[in-house]
Design a protein around this ligand. Sequence first.
Ligand SMILES: [Zn+2]
Ligand SMILES: [Zn+2]
Length: 175
Amino acid sequence: MFLDISKLEVETVRHEYTFTPAEVGFDYKGYELADAFSLNVEVTKNSRQEVLIKGTITGPVRVFCDRCLEPFVLAINPSFQIAMIPARTAGDETEDEIEADRLDENVYTDPRISLTDLMTEQIILNLPAKMLCQQECQGLCARCGANLNQGECACTAAESDPRWMLLREMKKRMK
Ligand SMILES: [Zn+2]
Ligand SMILES: [Zn+2]
């Protein structure tokens, strides 16, 4: 699905799109789109062929927990703003330019913007840096690899067993 800047009128238009996971073709760290994603955009074009895209993306991503490695579904709903400036006018400092300060500004040569590429980029940009299935995720046992969210493993039980504690104390004293 493409948005062709050259075919847009000089005005502001709103569009709503829905993409299936297959249409987006999301491919990042083994994560997958868990269901259809919607993309709402407000596209403003001026007479200089500059375009401002304000958008919101909504959908679920199937990710993996960084601590326990279990898959879980994360619902995301990021907003973004992107300015598209045609290559020939890039760098011109004029007053009627679209306000591009503090926005993602892209210089384009091809007026066709791939909406699915744009979505993929924005989804990746807006994923949390630390992926946790739950705030209190206990992670995996460093010794046996058991998922500690599902209860204590044998190692933990052994560690906290008072008899082992006593044994370790005795060993220390013998050194
Ligand atoms: Zn986890
Ligand atoms: Zn263990």
